[in-house]
Design a protein around this ligand. Sequence first.
Ligand SMILES: *Cc1c(COP(=O)(O)O)cnc(C)c1O
Length: 423
Amino acid sequence: MLNYNQGLQFALEQDKRDELATYRNQFHIPKNQDGHDLIYMTGNSLGLQPKNTKAYVNQELDDWAKLGVEGHTQAKNPWLHYHEFLTNNMAKIVGAKPEEVIIMNTLTVNLHLMMVSFYKPTKQRYKILIEADAFPSDKFAVESQLRHHGFNDKEGLILWHSRPNEELLHFDDLKTILKNQGHEIALILLGGVNYYTGQYLNLKRITKLGHQYHCKVGFDCAHGAGNVALNLHDSGADFAVWCSYKYLNSGPGSLAGCFVHERHAHNKTLNRFTGWWSHNKESRFNMRDAFDLLPGAEGWQLSNPPILSMAAIRASLDLFSEVGFDKLLNKSKALTGYFEYLINQIKNDNIKIITPKNPEKRGCQLSIQVKNADKTLHDKLTNLGVISDWREPDVIRCAPVPLYNSFEDVYRLVEKLKKSLSE
Ligand SMILES: *Cc1c(COP(=O)(O)O)cnc(C)c1O
């Protein structure tokens, strides 16, 4: 553990020693009107653009211009196989086997496709358990699945609440819910890292518990992918989904990832929605053959995918692969630890970090609750050149991202927060 210190000098020294510091130059950092870097703390919402993204996208634009439809087979990176260029690197980041991972569609779409396969309600066992403070899209998706199967979306939903006056979830409370209602629950769907508190749940422990009660277990890892070591294969989860535009820096609305555990990935009897891209690659273009399902997570694809979006994902994944995820995690822990230290030095009883203190139970994001504050605090920060995220009623979320944020960023962020608080 680093011995943190409050002065700017300390931050500058850490940046000098940081072997990943130069990667900041490989990103476009948003600037203010005077051309100074803004303090960008919202990589948890939209990751910054790697400078090499343009070249990757232009390669495909150029091949399309030169080759038209022939680009499917003749492009430098033949489009027919383009998703395969992403699989290995993505699998490493989420801790899965390549055949368990596919990049396709967008996050909420993948969530629905996974529920087509893994939410198989019966009259006795039809409920879905989510965290009480789930990301709204996930909640809406789950409610619509309940209705789709003819169930009442209020009766069918079981919420895992935090305790009164607390924000974080206790595993023991989940145990109690399962003990009482486990026999009614068809699916447990949780945010691997909660978007609001930044709490990183123990995926393996939850999966084991859920499976004891014969529930299917899936995770939304939108805030986990590229941020924490998810070890999806080892977790034993039935499925997981995540987007690539947050910590994975692939651009607004870019394609999402999907994990199907190997014990299901090769199960051809599992119910699913299909299209021509779930069909055997060798005979896909014969067009008249009977359906022949692709094995592995690839078999959940429906359509031929948007290559330009995949090119942006590839640019980002190549960077991750060059850096090495372990190094990123080490820096992430040091950087967020420093952030936490500085916040804890502020003498103000209204400030509380609601993210877990244990670095193993969080990623880089800290959610800072400021009692009696309202959005004007966030507006002050914005005016001082900080891009952060405000969540009603009183929480500021900041995510120092190890790929492009510096110790100096964190130092200046906290100085500006202090200034905003004292005004
Ligand atoms: C960001 C996020 C989403 C967004 O879903 P899209 O389908 O990409 O719009 C959904 N769920 C969670 C948990 C998220 O963090």
